[in-house]
Design a protein around this ligand. Structure first.
Ligand SMILES: Cc1cc2nc3c(=O)[nH]c(=O)nc-3n(C[C@H](O)[C@H](O)[C@H](O)COP(=O)(O)OP(=O)(O)OC[C@H]3O[C@@H](n4cnc5c(N)ncnc54)[C@H](O)[C@@H]3O)c2cc1C
Length: 602
């Protein structure tokens, strides 16, 4: 059941697939409060002053500069946005924490990673799972940037399979401390952090346990050399070795065997924040791309005037707009959910944990979509710059290299794709999202006679909304039949899961883009939203194509004969436009706006 807060309906995580959302119920970047707008300006000003002028130093492995900028961010309060005031943070809502993460991450992936690792996975496990004593001892220092945090989960033999780590924690004979032994790998901020969140196994426990471990070299902690990486050159990434490191029992996080849960929940927040971290990075690449395209003249013409370049700028802007729309929609859902739980008497940490966990599906969707859109944005940025795009002296090369990591950490995109569908199926089984009845209804619709009425799509975006409703049916056909066919064995049909996940992702992204635009059309007028309408239509056009492709791939893999024919006919019906959009005209309109304003203007 959907629940209500502030008299408006808040859908549960994953319910977007089977329920309609009114545009008034989505939060959009145009809804930022005055305080949030000020915060945004403060962060942009900080980035333009402290990071942009030093971009070259960030490319030359100036780890000290990263630490210096992080300390300055701490002085401004930016490291404590999500931390409750009683622990010296600013205690701001989830949307504001997303906003800061968005705008601080745009200029270099080195700071994006250092910021994300510190505020997210480095600090959050303590604010969310720590005892009062642990919070008092560590969180204020982390919130102000006096100390820095890092998160030690990955090991040489335990990456995606994070619960398989070999690091051991052994209780001392007097029961007062644990001795930790093991090797952690790829640890962001390792080179300058003061405290590690370390996951280790006690005896032969099924699940790992979390510990807060201070970085004290005299306590058996040593570091590997800085890793030589493709990108994020000034983000410190090192191995961490624990050799008989003694940790007091008071430093265990939550209970014994709770580590895997902590690790996964921390990653849920990490994933949506990573999506936020891919937003301003896209805006800045578009901004540089259009400025270059307007200035660069070939064949006596600024290249921005060529259709081939216009197409790129339009697609880049459209994806960025879609990522913004979906990220802030989910962020507000989480914020509302947290408020609802707090009002019902839950503690801050309990409310936040459950609030984010509820939208774990959306967090995975966003992580995948935004990281891949960021990558293609930087890739096209290089192409717009031509040969200069390939030069390390121009900004696109670093943007492209920095973007690559986002598809790998916080759970690879393969793992997140599978998680998104897996979690949805689990929610359906628990009765939190009713997939069964809508799937049965689609089944009946498929075997019934289609309506030959011509719908009235005169209202702006009405055909697009109807199309999204049909695309949801495509997911139900593919996923519903696959579940029926394979049952619990579906897990081993990974290619099918990946295809289903792509459908899920495109539905959420397209719907969020349309709802944001519809909301803005209603309040600001259609005339003010011409390009946004075009972006919603262009995004949907691609989503329809992707969904067609992926659904077909799925259907032919598990259905044969008449069943296959019926499903493919259904697919055709559910992906058919009444009025095909003229995508060339849409792109031209969007590109005209971007090139005439000489920036990402939305
Ligand atoms: C720059 C950087 C910073 C990092 N920072 C941190 C940090 O601060 N703390 C930390 O703990 N970790 C960190 N990591 C580790 C990161 O989270 C892991 O690299 C990531 O989870 C993938 O693990 P892996 O590298 O072992 O790859 P693997 O798990 O070996 O995966 C290799 C490939 O196989 C695929 N794969 C794996 N399992 C499956 C499966 N079941 N089904 C289908 N495909 C599968 C993956 O998607 C991937 O494509 C960082 C990594 C990097 C590169």
């Amino acid at each position: 059941m959907a629940e209500t807060a502030d008299k408006k309906e808040i859908l549960r995580g994953g319910q977007f697939l089977v329920k309609e959302t009114a545009c008034e119920d989505v939060f959009t970047p145009e809804d930022f409060s005055e305080e949030q707008k000020m915060m945004k300006e403060t962060v942009i000003e900080f980035v333009d002053r402290e990071i942009v002028p030093h971009k070259e130093r960030f490319e030359h492995k100036d780890y000290a500069l990263t630490e210096e900028v992080m300390r300055k961010a701490g002085e401004l309060g930016l490291l404590g946005i999500a931390v409750p005031e009683e622990y010296d943070g600013l205690g701001m809502g989830f949307v504001s924490t997303m906003l800061v993460c968005d705008y601080i991450s745009g200029a270099t992936g080195s700071i994006a990673t250092a910021f994300g690792a510190h505020t997210g996975i480095g600090t959050m496990p303590i604010t969310l799972y720590g005892t009062e004593e642990q919070k008092k001892q560590y969180v204020p220092k982390l919130a102000t940037g006096e100390w820095f945090g890092a998160y030690c989960l990955t090991e040489p033999g335990a990456g995606s399979d994070a619960n398989s780590g070999k690091t051991k924690a052994e209780l001392s004979a007097d029961g007062k401390s644990y001795k930790i032994n093991g090797q952690k790998m790829w640890i962001s901020n390792a080179g300058f952090c003061n405290v590690f969140i370390v996951f280790a196994r006690i005896e032969d426990d099924k699940n790992i346990t979390g510990f807060i471990v201070e970085n004290d070299p005299s306590n058996g902690i040593s570091l590997g050399e800085e890793e030589k990486k493709l990108g994020i050159h000034s983000s410190s990434t090192r191995q961490v070795f624990f050799n008989d490191t003694v940790v007091s029992v008071e430093n265990m996080l939550a209970g014994r065997g709770e580590g895997f849960k902590i690790a996964m929940n921390a990653l849920n927040v990490g994933r949506i924040k990573l999506a936020a971290a891919c937003l301003d990075a896209q805006r800045r690449v578009i901004d540089m791309g259009v400025k270059y395209a307007n200035e660069r003249v070939q064949f006596n013409t600024p290249i921005a005037k060529f259709g081939a370049i216009k197409s790129k700028l339009a697609e880049m802007a459209t994806n960025a707009y879609a990522c913004e729309s979906a990220s802030y929609r989910a962020a507000k859902n989480i914020e509302d959910r947290i408020a609802m739980r707090t009002e019902a008497g839950a503690s801050h940490s309990e409310a936040e944990l459950k609030g984010v966990e509820e939208y774990a599906i959306e967090c995975s969707i966003l992580k995948v979509a935004a990281s891949e859109d960021m990558q293609s944005c930087a890739d096209e940025g290089i192409q717009i710059y031509g040969g200069m795009g390939f030069s390390a002296d121009a900004p696109m090369e670093a943007a492209w290299r920095d973007a690559r990591i986002s598809r790998i950490y916080e759970g690879t995109n393969e793992i997140n794709r599978m998680l998104a569908v897996g979690m949805l199926v689990k929610k359906a089984m628990k009765g939190h999202v009713d997939l069964l009845n809508p799937a049965m209804a689609v089944g009946e619709e498929l075997t019934g006679i289609p309506s030959f009425d011509t719908p009235d799509y005169s209202e702006v975006l009405s055909e697009e909304k109807a199309m999204v409703a049909k695309l949801k049916k495509v997911f139900l056909i593919v996923a519903g039949s696959a579940i029926q066919k394979y049952g619990p064995d579906l897990e081993s049909h990974q290619q099918l899961l990946m295809a289903a996940s792509d459908i899920l992702i495109e539905v959420y992204m397209a719907e969020s883009t349309i709802l944001r635009t519809e909301k803005n059309v209603k309040r600001f007028g259609e005339d003010t939203q011409k390009e946004q309408i075009a972006m919603a239509q262009l995004y949907l056009y691609h989503a329809v194509d992707t969904i067609n492709l992926k659904a077909k791939e799925g259907i032919v893999s598990f259905a044969e004969g008449d069943e296959q024919r019926m499903m493919l006919m259904g697919l055709k019906r559910f992906t058919k436009y009444q009025n095909q959009p003229n995508v060339v005209a849409l792109r031209n309109l969007i590109a005209e706006k971007v090139t005439s304003e000489n920036t990402y203007p939305f």
